[in-house]
Design a protein around this ligand. Structure first.
Ligand SMILES: [Zn+2]
Length: 420
């Protein structure tokens, strides 16, 4: 960047938040309340900012205002979701200032290579790590110079409070160095408690292990992927996660898997039966599995994780309805219905096979158990090796595979946690 002429010397004075490690623009600040009344505060940390003045090196950010605006006008999908895109464009259109990239008032840090009186600013150094950690210019490992080109450009998944670093400053630095820009910057939202960002320093955090101890890690992952649109803010509540655990996981998916394996054991000696002729109701499930898988795959490509989970849940809901309507326990009473019974059990099994593949990234433990229940490993291999793109192709489970009855995927919950 310096060799290309984008590093200059100067002095800078401005409001600085220690929590953010960032100089703030006057327009970013909020008025303090309580002990901080009359002071200007960081909007993220609600703590007073310090006024810092220093001689140091500047990065010529102003030179990149127009190139960045043009880049994002041409490539709208490089910043997601749309609210994040709009925020960055409005910031760029307000105009940029050259920005301090070194400090002289601290004696810890990475020395500026051409002036050891200064250290590289923490925000600047942190961004450089995206390149140096994957071995840009052999910084990490001289023997493997191709590593950087293999991994870069990449997608950044970041909290929305550090969007500006990743969608403005960092791409400008890359432009200055003549390197490719990020493929995409996706800004996710905050977890809110009482309308404010959940925060360790404000003690409004809920320890993840409290939730995991009660519901299990799969339900934890499922809840946050399912209940909050990726990219938006969302609130966590014990009532909501309890309700979804019971309705969607224990009664929805867990119960379906238990009923199926119990019926295959009882009616077919724990051997997956061969399906007969498909009827309209069977074809409806077959088509739904194909369509939902396609929808989930597209949603994942677009980082719409909530829609992907929801597409998979559609299959679970419809198959539960199918079980009620086809009533295999009634079919089993008359030996003349054997072929129909086998078809129905096979359709449920195949739908569960697709569900296991689609839900595996979200709930790795429960879906592994489901894979084992279906006896899928012998004919299809490891669950983790299955592809979501082909998960909707019908008829992958081999009749004759041995199924197993395992413990409930999502056991009934103990009493409600009392500490919260
Ligand atoms: Zn701050």
């Amino acid at each position: 960047m310096r060799e290309n002429g984008f590093v200059t010397e100067g002095s800078y004075e401005g409001p600085y938040c220690v929590g953010c490690e960032e100089f703030k623009l006057p327009g970013d600040l909020t008025a303090g309340t309580g002990d901080n009344a009359g002071k200007e505060c960081c909007p993220v940390h609600s703590k007073p900012v310090e006024i810092l003045k220093e001689n140091n090196y500047f990065f010529a950010l102003t030179k990149f205002q127009q190139p960045l605006i043009e880049h994002y006008q041409k490539n709208k999908n490089r910043i997601q979701p749309e609210s994040a895109y709009n925020e960055v464009m409005s910031f760029l259109n307000q105009g940029l200032q050259d920005i301090s990239m070194s400090r002289s008032s601290v004696n810890w840090g990475i020395e500026v290579p051409w002036n050891t009186e200064q250290v590289i600013y923490v925000w600047f150094d942190a961004l450089l790590n995206y390149a140096t950690a994957i071995n840009y210019a052999g910084f990490a490992d001289n023997s493997n110079p191709e590593q950087f080109n293999k991994y870069w450009p990449a997608v950044h998944l970041v909290g929305k409070d550090i969007l500006r670093f990743h969608a403005v400053y960092w791409p400008a630095m890359l432009m200055a160095a003549g390197l490719p820009l990020p493929e995409k910057v996706f800004a996710h939202g905050w977890l809110l408690v009482g309308g404010e960002k959940m925060s360790k320093s404000k003690l409004t955090g809920i320890a993840p292990e409290q939730i995991v101890d009660h519901f299990g890690s799969d339900a934890f992952r499922y809840y946050f992927m399912r209940a909050i649109a990726f990219g938006q803010d969302g609130s966590f509540s014990w009532e909501d996660i309890s309700a979804r655990y019971t309705a969607e996981l224990a009664n929805g998916l867990g119960n379906l898997a238990s009923r199926l394996t119990a019926m295959i054991e009882k009616y077919c000696g724990a051997v997956l039966p061969t399906p007969g002729q498909y009827q309209e109701a069977d074809n409806a499930i077959i088509n739904l599995v194909a369509a939902s898988t396609k929808a989930a795959n597209t949603a994942i490509d677009n980082f719409e994780i909530q829609q992907a989970v929801s597409a998979t849940k559609d299959i679970i809901d419809q198959v539960n309805l199918y079980v009620t309507e086809q009533a295999p326990w009634v079919l089993a009473k008359n030996p003349e219905n054997e072929s129909r019974l086998h078809t129905v059990l096979y359709v449920i099994s195949e739908a569960l096979r697709a569900i296991a593949v689609l839900h595996h990234p979200v709930m790795p433990i429960a879906t592994e158990s489901l894979w084992q229940m279906l006896g899928a490993k012998e004919s299809l291999g490891d669950l983790a090796d299955q592809s979501i793109i082909t998960a909707g192709d019908w008829g992958q489970l081999k009749p004759g595979s041995v199924t197993s009855k395992l413990d409930s995927l999502f056991p009934r919950l103990e009493e409600e946690p009392t500490s919260v």
